[in-house]
Design a protein around this ligand. Sequence first.
Ligand code: ZN
Ligand code: ZN
Length: 83
Amino acid sequence: MFFLACGSHGHILENLKNKYCVAYIESACNHCMEARTHADHMVITVYMHVHKDVVTLDGINTHIDFSGIQVYRIYHNHLQACP
Ligand SMILES: [Zn+2]
Ligand SMILES: [Zn+2]
């Protein structure tokens, strides 16, 4: 599992496990990767999927008045203005 607090480094900031060690086949945090054990390992950085940081229009339109604001939707990777 990624983006959970690292069990070994729970007391340090930025301890989310966003690294993946190919040699150990496990997720780890930045602090884990600074340890000597991973010095020769291939490490992949994992990025949180974009959609998790995106709010849906339905989710926020109760808080914001959208009248007068052009709304777009993504259709086949193109932005399309909604009528
Ligand atoms: Zn760690
Ligand atoms: Zn490693």
